[in-house]
Design a protein around this ligand. Sequence first.
Ligand code: LER
Ligand code: MN
Length: 291
Amino acid sequence: MASDLRNTENGIITSMKLGIVLSTQAAKFSALAYKGQLAENAAKISRLGFDGIELAIRDPQLVNQSEIKSLLNELDLTVPAIGTGQAFGEEGLSFVNPDLAIRRQAIERIKSQMELAEALGSMVIIGLIRGFRDKGVSGHQTNNWLIEALRECAQHNERVKLIIEPINRYECDLVCTVQEGMEILESVEYSNVGLLLDTFHMNIEEPSLYDSIILAKDRLYHFHIADSNRWYPGAGHLDFPKIMDTLRQINYNGFVSAEILPLPDPDVAAKRTVDYMRNLISSIYSVPLCW
Ligand code: LER
Ligand code: MN
């Protein structure tokens, strides 16, 4: 109920929810407004008016599940998704590493993230953990390893959704575009596997962000927002009114989650995200679609 009320903007019930990424530990990845100090930062995020926190967790063994649950319960915040890329960024685990032991570790890590996700009511992000194709391994073999890993994880617990994030070519070489994401979904053939689209990556790879959102349609399970410069929405040149209107057009009712640089500082970035996005979300629900 409380979150319905929070999604009531000027008397208009909106169904998109607003989140922000917080890393539960220090990380090299820079587009994180908040890192560490979970209790303090979660309280700030709640006060700012977000509906949820997307947690970036390198390894579920590093966090205390019941502490997280009760803290977020108290703050009335949900965890829409768990980010897993640090297992690649910090430890080198990947689904397509030529070393079988590393591939197994990556798969087991995702399964353990799925257990935590089930307890928190979250989805699990499959981003950088896909890894890079090794030069000595064929594209065909790499693709097979990726699909096999996804199938094994999807089958492990069909109640938990896995969300594949197309990532721009400079950070990843497996599934960079929404079309490639849709093709992987077709090969994997599990309905608990869907897509996470990120405006920052789409701005680099997609001819049209809007057509790509429409292509993903009901396989779109989660959405990352950052402006063209990866600052908070409104700080660059992306057309967020049109992006949000397109999400509304496909009846997207999940989270839009800010994965942004902590600039000019974390709190200002978070506050400007809330101010800009709340205004936008209520305005797109208060006027007819512009299509
Ligand atoms: C993770 O969500 C992401 O967008 C990537 O840029 C991670 O490197
Ligand atoms: Mn992202």
